[in-house]
Ligand binder design. Structure first.
Ligand code: PMP
Length: 408
């Protein structure tokens, strides 16, 4: 186990970081969109296809038993990492599917016309649209908890919203993908629980930035995507509290989620199988298990401290540039810097940076309501992972200086 953070050795685990584009070595600063994959994950997937590929569930031959045990092991690794039990871990495609599952299986069947779901201004579309679909289906209401100027949640306003007896569910991000705001979910979940409000935490952006203890957070549901945490795309997790899951109908019907089927009537398997119809993404689950084992062997506190140092360096460097505005400065924010520059369209910023080998993202980041609140249509966003370096941040600042000079 690595006990201190050795950046060079960590970077060596991620082969793509050695690549060059446009004649410049890659500085990958788009980690909020997706993360790069370590050899441990790439090898686990290749090994699965080279040596053990078969379908899971009910195979009685040795090859299938190997796949089954790798799949079961992955679920256990993830459950242990989150400090919950394996029956509470549902494999899904990603955060988007996880939130849709909660909306369709829990909210659609447990909420009634006039009940209120509370979201926040900083939510990703994946945590807005599923509730809008339930609104159309059941007549629930959606209310929005506002944010303060620095991008943190207005906690008084949130409490006032939660005080309404019709509020039945609160769904919010742990970390904002656009602003980097880290919501104090332990406190917020406790406040919601006091009022009998069910809590859903979108962990898409928090899962890669440090340890997550779901017993401590104590939310009812937690969603994340594998690809944001150094694992493959097309796999993710919905955690749900055992009692709630037991009381939820299936989300989809098909193979591997039943107890007994007749043409007249079907009984369903208990969670998590009840929510995993069809052949699962076995390679994805194995890759996700490998990614969680990989980060489990890092000193996550040291990795988080390194990310914070990069954030500080980037913030100081960018703040000093003429006409540049950083959006989101909540205390304790995650390593995400969203910014605009007077007179330069964010897409032009990204194109200039691309010529320097620097990959950042621009646009509304699937947060159009937040952009509307900020009075802008898009930002440029640099987002860091623990494998990024001070040199890469320095290159970002220098390239932005050059970009600004070109437009003057
Ligand atoms: N929520 C947040 C906060 C996100 O950043 C993202 C991905 N950008 C999502 C949800 C959706 O994740 P996915 O597309 O992997 O389902």
């Amino acid at each position: 186990m690595t006990t201190t953070f050795d950046l060079e050795s960590v970077r060596g685990d991620f082969p793509i970081l050695e690549k060059s584009f446009r004649g410049k070595s890659l500085a990958y600063l788009d980690n909020a969109a997706t993360s790069q994959k370590p050899n441990a994950v790439i090898d686990a997937i290749a090994n699965h296809y080279r040596n053990s590929n078969a379908n899971v569930h009910r195979g009685v031959y040795a090859l299938a038993e190997g796949t089954e045990s790798a799949y079961v092991h992955a679920r256990k690794v993830i459950a242990d990492h989150l400090a919950v039990s394996t029956e509470e871990i549902i494999f899904v495609r990603g955060t988007t599917e996880a939130l849709n599952l909660v909306a369709q299986s829990y909210a659609r069947t447990h909420l009634n016309e006039g009940d209120i779901v509370v979201l926040t201004t900083m939510e990703h579309h994946a945590n807005i649209l599923p509730w809008q679909l339930v609104k159309t289906q059941t007549g629930i209401e959606i209310e929005i908890s506002p944010i303060l100027e620095d991008g943190s949640l207005d906690r008084d306003a949130l409490c006032a919203l939660l005080d309404q007896p019709k509020v039945k569910l609160l769904s919010l991000c742990h970390v904002s993908n656009s602003l980097g705001t880290v919501n104090p979910v332990v406190e917020i979940v406790a406040e919601a629980k006091e009022r009998g409000v069910v809590t859903v935490v979108d962990g898409a952006q928090s899962i890669s930035h440090g340890p997550i203890d779901l017993r401590e957070i104590d939310c009812d549901f937690f969603a994340f995507s594998g690809h944001k945490v150094f694992a493959p795309m097309g796999i993710g997790v919905l955690y749900g509290k055992r009692d709630l899951l037991a009381d939820m109908p299936p989300y989809q019907g098909g193979g591997d989620m039943i107890d007994e089927v007749t043409f007249e009537k079907t009984t369903f398997a208990p969670p998590p199988q009840r929510f995993e119809a069809g052949t699962p993404n076995v390679e994805g689950a194995i890759g996700l298990g490998a990614a969680i084992e990989y980060i489990g062997n890092l000193d996550l506190a040291a990795a988080a401290a390194h990310e914070q140092a990069l954030l500080e360096q980037a913030t100081d460097g960018l703040e000093a540039l003429p006409g540049l505005t950083i959006h989101g400065s909540a205390p304790g924010k995650a390593a995400v810097v969203s910014f605009t520059i007077d007179g330069i369209h964010p897409h032009d910023i990204a194109t200039f940076l691309d010529a320097e080998g620097i990959a950042i993202r621009t646009g509304h980041h699937c947060c159009q309501p937040l952009m509307e609140h900020l009075g802008i249509s898009a930002t440029a966003r640099a987002s860091f992972a623990f494998y990024n370096s001070k040199e890469e941040v320095a290159r970002l600042v220098e390239a932005l200086k050059k970009t600004i000079a070109c437009f003057q």
